[in-house]
Design a protein around this ligand. Structure first.
Ligand SMILES: [Zn+2]
Length: 291
């Protein structure tokens, strides 16, 4: 046993040390371009293969969800312009949650567009410290980024309104303290759809659900998230990573002009049920080990 512990801690140190910028190398799909396209109504996909970004267009300018790594920003700009919109028309910047793969490019985007940055209350200290106050990654230098001033602090249930479009911020905590699931409605060919952009239902490697002094209420927060996610209406299932909702599998189906392949309430329900099951298994395991 004594021999195993140093090996385990060495592996852990290695994992944490490579967790940040080299995450991009470890996850090459994060910076791999993906064709931009209209999902439905005034909602567009402008992300990479691995990191999802959404553009909501309105007559009074546009809303961008997620800023990704700084390396992604030129790709996001190119995707927006390719669709015929102007990157400079980005009026509001939102995020899924305060992790570098979704928010490290925010300072750059604010600087380039002058967008108003709106973040859920419990994620604000993390964003404004450039990741330093994150309960899991704060002391891992490679996951830090440029601290970014938040212009509007959001609270659970707050609405973000622009040019007739309304997005609602739902606090779905656990993965981060202010993890946010966004909902909105889009109209496509006379039909209205409920869109849900999932913040993150995941427990990352090393997440402590029991006796976590940096995040004592983490397990209760995950419980709250399952309740909220199961209560929200979802026709069009989207999320912070394309892998949540099958971006690569569904995108080719857009060729059929009559199809909106992202309308998939069944897969949303199955995905959440599976993630909740994973959480319960891991919580039980950690409780047993903690005894
Ligand atoms: Zn994350």
């Amino acid at each position: 046993m004594r021999q195993i512990i140093p090996i385990v801690s060495r592996v852990l140190i290695l994992v944490l040390a490579t967790a940040g910028s080299s995450f991009a190398q470890a996850n090459p799909d994060w910076t791999e371009p993906f064709p931009p396209f209209r999902i439905a109504g005034n909602l567009y996909y402008v992300g990479s293969k691995g990191l999802a970004n959404y553009l909501v267009t309105t007559p009074q300018g546009n809303i961008l969800i997620n800023s990704d790594l700084e390396a992604n920003v030129p790709m996001i700009e190119a995707s927006i312009e390719k669709l015929g919109f102007k990157f400079k028309d980005t009026r509001i910047l939102l995020i899924s949650h305060a992790h570098w793969d979704h928010d490290a490019g925010s300072a750059m985007i604010k600087g380039l567009t002058g967008a108003t940055y709106m973040v859920m209350d419990a994620d604000v200290p993390v964003v404004e410290s450039g990741g330093k106050t994150d309960f899991a990654y704060g002391s891992s230098p490679t996951t830090l980024y440029r601290p970014t001033k938040v212009d509007r602090v959001l609270h659970d249930g707050d609405e973000v309104r622009l040019g007739g479009t309304v997005l609602v911020a739902h606090l779905t905590p656990g993965h981060t303290k202010g993890c946010t699931t966004w909902t909105m409605q889009v109209t496509e060919r006379g039909k209205t759809y409920n869109v849900l952009i999932l913040g993150s239902p995941n427990m990352n490697p090393g997440y402590k659900l029991v006796d976590n002094s940096a995040y004592p209420q983490i397990a209760e927060d995950y419980e709250r998230m399952w309740r909220v996610l199961k209560s929200l209406p979802c026709d069009i299932f989207l999320g912070a990573h394309g892998s949540y909702f099958g971006l690569e599998e569904k995108y080719p189906l857009m060729k059929d002009a009559n199809a909106i392949p992202f309308v998939d309430p069944g897969s949303y329900k199955r995905y959440i049920a599976q993630k909740e099951q994973d959480f319960r298994t891991e919580l039980a395991r950690q409780k047993l080990t903690a005894k």
